[in-house]
Design a protein around this ligand. Structure first.
Ligand code: H2U
Ligand code: ZN
Length: 338
């Protein structure tokens, strides 16, 4: 039997059906070196230069309303446009291109420039969950929108252009790569096992416990067995639901709660406003029931050892297979401890 806590090994991601290389012998024990404290400039509640703050002008001259809770607008530099034709170009099976219509939006979580998911009030975060649910339903109902991707880039390290709490929504005609992989894997699991892959996984992790980071009555936050990023986290509803439109009122509060718990743990880990890319994966909105799908969120944070030491996916990882040293179990233990 493989001693996967100590020996180099690879782990299988059943959602993407890809492998990750794990080298636990390089850091068998949790990091015990110095944790650098970085002082981050305190943000003002209102920044006259911010294009997301209430009442301010955006690029192109549009002015934001004096909004008091959440605020949604069409991205002024949208990567996708709704009126793009569905043309196709093909040459010798080698060159293939498809027109890709879509809608890109920006969602401000709060009028307050200085807040983050970790320090917003639960009731205000709950309103953000409501907006996500509305957007998923509204955009997903359009004939040419078959997938709605909600995601947040947090922190300059992850390419966020602005500290004002916000996320983006890119909704598209095609099913994007990661979602296509997860759809195929969940569908195959359901065909082969007669059950939901992530319902089965949630049950396994609830029993195992060692990769659990936090939980409430309705959601589980864990470092997946196959995590690539050092402190990668998945947030999953304990009950089967294919998308956000399946959330009950109580579950919407619980989703806000688990997101706040998870991001607060992140902030405490290196005593810094923790950078990450996070996003929700849920049923494609192509009209099929997709009962194989189980709603979840992925957090992909870049930090490795401190507020300033980050992981890069380069070299072997870019050319061969992603690799990590600290195991998912040790990462979960550290996130549980803060
Ligand atoms: P990020 O911080 O995740 O980059 O999101 C900011 C988005 O806001 C980005 O996609 C858009 C950018 O195109 N944006 C506007 O729509 N209007 C503006 O005035 C500036 C930025
Ligand atoms: Zn702002």
């Amino acid at each position: 039997m493989l001693d996967w806590k100590r020996e180099p090994h690879r782990r299988f991601n059943p959602l993407t059906r890809e492998w990750v290389l794990v080298s636990p012998h390089r850091t068998a024990r949790p990091w015990q070196g110095q944790v650098e404290k970085t002082s981050v400039a305190q943000q003002p509640q209102y920044d006259p230069e911010c294009y997301l703050c209430p009442g301010n002008a955006r690029a192109g001259g549009v002015r934001n309303p004096a909004y008091t809770s959440t605020f949604v607008f069409d991205n002024d530099f949208a990567a996708l446009k709704p009126d793009t034709p569905l043309g196709r170009f093909e040459q010798d099976g080698l060159l293939l291109a498809e027109g890709e219509p879509g809608v890109c939006r920006v969602v401000c979580f709060s009028p307050r420039h200085d807040l983050t998911v970790a320090n917003m009030e639960p009731a205000d975060l709950r309103r953000v969950v409501d907006v996500w649910t509305e957007q998923y339903a509204e955009l997903g109902a359009r004939t040419l929108i078959n997938h709605v991707q909600i995601f947040e880039n947090r922190g300059a390290m992850m390419g966020a252009s602005n500290p004002h709490p916000h996320c983006q929504i890119w909704s598209s005609y095609a099913i994007p790569n990661e979602v296509a992989k997860e759809t195929a894997a969940q569908d195959a699991w359901r065909q082969g096992h007669g059950s939901c892959l992530l319902c089965d996984y949630v049950r396994l992790e609830q029993t195992a416990g060692e990769r659990t980071v936090d939980q409430n009555d309705h959601f589980l936050a864990l470092v997946p067995f196959w995590a690539v990023w050092p402190f990668e986290v998945m947030v999953l509803p304990k009950r089967h639901m294919t998308g956000m439109d399946g959330l009950t009122d109580v579950e919407r509060d619980a989703l806000a709660d688990i997101l706040k718990r998870t991001t607060s743990r992140y902030d405490r880990l290196f005593q810094v406003s923790f950078p990450y890319s996070m996003g929700f994966h849920q049923r494609p909105t192509d009209g099929a029931p997709h009962d194989e799908w189980h709603l979840h969120a992925h957090f992909h944070p870049p930090l490795l050892r401190s507020a300033t030491v980050r992981k890069f996916l380069v070299g072997y990882e870019l050319l061969a297979t992603p690799q990590r040293d600290i195991t998912a179990e040790v990462a979960a233990e550290r996130l549980r401890a803060v």
